[in-house]
Design a protein around this ligand. Structure first.
Ligand SMILES: NC(=O)c1ccc[n+]([C@@H]2O[C@H](COP(=O)([O-])OP(=O)(O)OC[C@H]3O[C@@H](n4cnc5c(N)ncnc54)[C@H](OP(=O)(O)O)[C@@H]3O)[C@@H](O)[C@H]2O)c1
Length: 336
């Protein structure tokens, strides 16, 4: 396989290097792209140094002969360069929000709708928003067996969801507070250390944020469930890595909790940790850097006879971004 990463220096780009090191396909060539800020840098990959990062430009020749280009450099960069990137026939797997809701761009989580990846008329496949990926992996087994009508979700999103600079800011604020200094606020709208911020991305006209509306629209598209409604509250929390979500679903038919546990335990990409004792549930600190979507705290919703309530944790840079994108490529290779 001949592969490129656009945005190699970023939080997701660096994770691509780690995930691709373990990927099941043979990598014959790896090209890295970035802005002028990281151009020239080289990274360790499979025990050797990569070729230097090339500054992204309109030069389509730089993408000639590639099979897959994993792009994680923000929506503006994806929009601006998608034609250049795909001009030589490479399949662009895009981590940004630029194309997710386009009818001619599949939005794919392999455990849920892998087959959608096999038809990509523009040569672009979109990777969903990180909070949506982990939620739909958890919803899919319930939806298949009981049919989901509604979803309420509250997210607890790690600082790294805002990229490498988000992690740096949380670290720096924690050090500053420990030293009795005033924390510097740059990346987030207010101090994140020792705080919660119920505001991710910009506000939309209906009072929800764009992050919350991504969960609404993207879940319907991935799950092929136009009638399933999703109401989200997205909160940034002072966790370094791995997002958590408290989810309440209303199903068409009542769900037996033990059967739901069994469905989760058997679902692809899911690990159930659900013991009624201290630490018998998923926590982001323990699970950062791992692949699965973890589910715990499964219980009947006392406020709804057709309701089920549970808790999920997943590393959003891995399953929520780089790993999911690589799994899309692996799915395509298996089903070609
Ligand atoms: N972090 C997450 O958890 C997460 C999860 C899912 C999806 N995503 C998405 O993935 C994308 C990247 O996020 P991130 O968290 O990795 O951000 P990040 O750490 O801030 O990295 C941004 C990357 O974009 C590159 N870049 C910026 N402007 C560029 C340009 N004009 N040309 C070429 N490269 C450019 C940067 O390269 P230089 O260093 O050279 O400027 C850097 O490699 C975003 O679209 C984000 O929404 C992130």
């Amino acid at each position: 396989m001949k592969i490129a990463i656009v945005g190699a220096s970023g939080a997701v780009g660096q994770e691509f290097l780690r995930v691709l090191s373990d990927a099941r396909f043979n990598i014959e060539e790896l090209r890295l792209f970035g802005s002028s800020r990281s151009a020239g840098r080289r990274y360790d990959f499979r025990g050797r140094l990569t070729d230097p990062v090339v500054e992204l430009s309109d030069n389509g020749g730089a993408f000639a002969g590639l099979d897959y280009v994993f792009v994680s450099a923000g929506a503006d960069v994806s929009r601006r360069y998608s034609e250049t990137i795909t001009s030589g026939g490479a399949l662009m797997i895009d981590n940004s929000s630029a194309f997710r809701m386009c009818d001619d761009v599949p939005l794919v989580v392999p455990e849920v709708n892998g087959a959608d990846a096999l038809v990509a008329p523009r040569g672009i496949i979109a990777n969903p928003n990180c909070t949506t990926i982990q939620m739909v992996v958890a919803l899919a087994p319930i939806h298949r067996q009981w049919g989901i009508r509604r979803v309420h979700v509250a997210t607890y999103q790690a600082a790294s969801g805002a990229g490498a600079s988000g992690m740096e800011e949380l670290e720096q604020q924690s050090r500053q507070l420990a030293a009795g200094e005033k924390p510097v606020v740059k990346k987030f709208v207010s101090q994140l250390a020792f705080n919660l911020i119920p505001h991710i991305d910009v506000f939309t006209d209906n009072g929800y944020t764009r992050e919350e509306m991504k969960m609404y629209y993207e879940s319907k598209k991935i799950m092929h469930a136009p009638d399933m409604d999703v109401s989200a509250t997205c909160v940034r929390v002072p966790v370094m890595r791995a997002h958590s979500e408290a989810i309440w679903v209303e199903t068409e038919k009542p769900v037996d909790v033990d059967e739901a546990r069994r469905a989760f335990a058997e679902a692809p990409g899911v690990v159930l940790i659900d013991r009624h004792e201290a630490c018998g549930y998923p926590q982001p600190l323990d699970l950062a850097g791992t692949d699965p979507v973890y589910i715990g705290r499964v219980r009947a919703d006392l406020a709804n006879p057709c309701g089920l309530s549970f808790w999920t944790v997943a590393d959003q840079i891995r399953k929520g971004a780089a790993l999911n994108a690589v799994q899309i490529a692996e799915y395509i290779e298996r089903h070609r």
